[in-house]
Design a protein around this ligand. Structure first.
Ligand SMILES: [Zn+2]
Length: 260
């Protein structure tokens, strides 16, 4: 039996995965992907994520507002997020993204408030960041997010920045981009960062591994990432699986008895 993998970021509640979400979970399970963290991107997603996690023990819930929807954030929504935070294992995905059609000012406001909610509730955060790595690092420091830590999802910063986030108490998530023919940075993370600071994710339905590019991504393709990381480090697949799953458990504070 091969060791179990944990998909630390997959949007099972969103199209097109939601139409056959149980099937995608079963398919993933058949290739050893036994745990799933489903992040929220919009307040309208939260009820669906909550019921999915309530129904399926291998699904863990996170709640948050993606920078893309930061203009939906207001006091009432933050209040709802505080309530939802009692039912999840993390706050996310939250952060800054200059490609999103919402002003960075609005994004930062939503990001900071959600970090405060996470710190108040003692929950780790799932950080979405493109380009603005130094800014995000500063905000995480200013909001004391190192107390709860979290995951730098689909991280695309430099190796030096990755080390800064690790120093603050975050782990780096490697996704399907590590399998892409033109990959550069993910290869450095896979080779050079200590395994105890790495997790794996698909970000399904996005970031499809090289072999399946053109199709939408699914959790059953997470082993593609683990195989690549194992190759790059020159270690067995099982060592990558055991280590990265243990890191997810540590970051999300899942008890070792948790079934997934
Ligand atoms: Zn995502």
């Amino acid at each position: 039996m091969t060791a179990e993998l944990f998909d630390s970021h997959c949007h099972l509640n969103l199209e097109p995965l939601n139409a056959a979400c149980l099937e995608f979970i079963r398919e993933a399970g058949s290739v050893g992907v036994k745990g799933f963290l489903v992040p929220g991107v919009h307040p309208d997603d939260w009820p669906g994520i909550r019921s999915l996690a309530g129904e399926i023990s291998s699904v863990q819930a996170a709640y948050g507002i993606h920078p893309m929807h930061a203009d939906r954030a207001n006091d009432r929504v933050f209040e709802q997020l505080r309530e939802y935070s009692c039912h999840g294992v993390a706050i996310g995905e939250i952060g800054l993204d200059p490609h999103c059609p919402v002003s960075l000012e609005r994004q930062e406001l939503a990001f900071r408030e959600q970090l405060r909610i996470a710190v108040d509730s003692g929950l780790p955060v799932l950080v979405h960041c493109r380009q603005l790595f130094q800014q995000v690092l500063n905000i995480l420091r200013e909001e004391h997010a190192g107390h709860t830590g979290g995951i730098m999802h689909a991280f695309s910063g430099s190796l030096e920045m990755a080390r800064e986030f690790i120093r603050l108490g975050f782990v780096i998530s490697i996704c399907g981009t590590v399998t892409w023919d033109n990959a550069v940075r993910p290869l450095q993370f896979a080779r050079q960062l200590p395994l105890e600071h790495l997790v794996l994710e698909t970000d399904a339905p996005d970031l499809t591994p090289q072999r399946y590019r053109g199709a939408f991504n699914r959790p059953a393709w997470l082993p593609e990432c683990a195989v690549r990381v194992a190759e790059l480090r020159g270690i067995p697949f099982d060592e990558v699986a055991v280590a990265t799953t243990a890191v997810v458990r540590r970051v999300l504070r899942l008890e070792s008895g948790t079934i997934f």
